[in-house]
Design a protein around this ligand. Sequence first.
Ligand code: SF4
Length: 367
Amino acid sequence: MKYLDEYRDPASAKKLVEAIRRQVTRPWTLMEVCGGQTHGLLRNGIEAELQGTVELIHGPGCPVCVTAMESIDFAQQLAMLHTTSTNNVVLASFGDMMRVPGSHGSLLDTKANGGNVKTVYSPLDAVELAKRHPEKQVVFFAVGFETTAPATALAVKQAANDGIHNFSLLVSHVRVQPAMEALLQSPHNRVQAFLAAGHVCAVMGYESYEPMVERYRLPIVVTGFEPLDLLEGILNCVRQLEQGEARVDNAYSRGVSRQGNQAAQDIVREVYEVCDRPWRGFGIVTNGGLQLNQDWRHFDARSRFDFIRSLPVIEPAECESAHVLAGRIKPPECAAFGKACTPDAPMGAPMVSSEGACAAYYKWHTP
Ligand code: SF4
């Protein structure tokens, strides 16, 4: 198939749904890791179509949603520095982080309260901002999975090449595979197979899942985002489960290779090192993050502004995003869903983000 429309063909989708139904002798529980896949499953009615056959639970694959509140709190303190000290800081962030709640409101609230927050479209825009304003310290809020880490690594290298010293990163990058393992180790785990996130695998490949499959004896199928991609991934998982098999398969070969993107991996290895990192909803995930390594630490905002003290994190009591992000409940099971919490008045990150599970249910789910 060459064109996107071919991956949306209703007749082929129907055949795949029938093939899944024919395979299944008992209900199976699959987790799609990526928020883009959650939206695809709901938007195309796949989740509803497979009810009673395959239960799809939604994983932690929305980078905005899993960014720890403490990182947002720190970003807000940075943005307020220019009002209180000689550190004239501009906090540069992607637009989708602006409405995500921290302990004391969002970055948008910080801006309304006089904080210096600027929306940028890429990390290199933040480098440009630093170039244009040598009198200010520009900090880029670097969030996201392995998909965005190469671009922020590139930005830091660009800043170094251009001799820009008033640029730094508030690194909050997360690594998805350790979070998948954390889910499997949880006493609440219900995941019997994973649809692995196509975008992350496009960068990282899927070789690293092979030992994980051996360890946990469950299928992992690299899956894309179109209806036929999703159904192929589900069918592959179900076939393996029914036959008692457990291996890594690639159902997204037009976007993903076993080794992934070597150039992107090289730049990540050059600039970052693996670290433990708090994830919203997960607590500290062992090896779940990336931080600047010793050679690049002078671009680290936490080191540069080490006089900022982390504040106690305040989670809103009503928001059950910790359970949503770990696949323990579905968004409509949260008492606030669609009532106290809507996309216009979101209480938690999964209702804010365009990839969030709560937003997906609000937009596409018919009860
Ligand atoms: S519906 Fe709103 S309050 Fe409930 S878990 Fe989702 S974001 Fe939190």
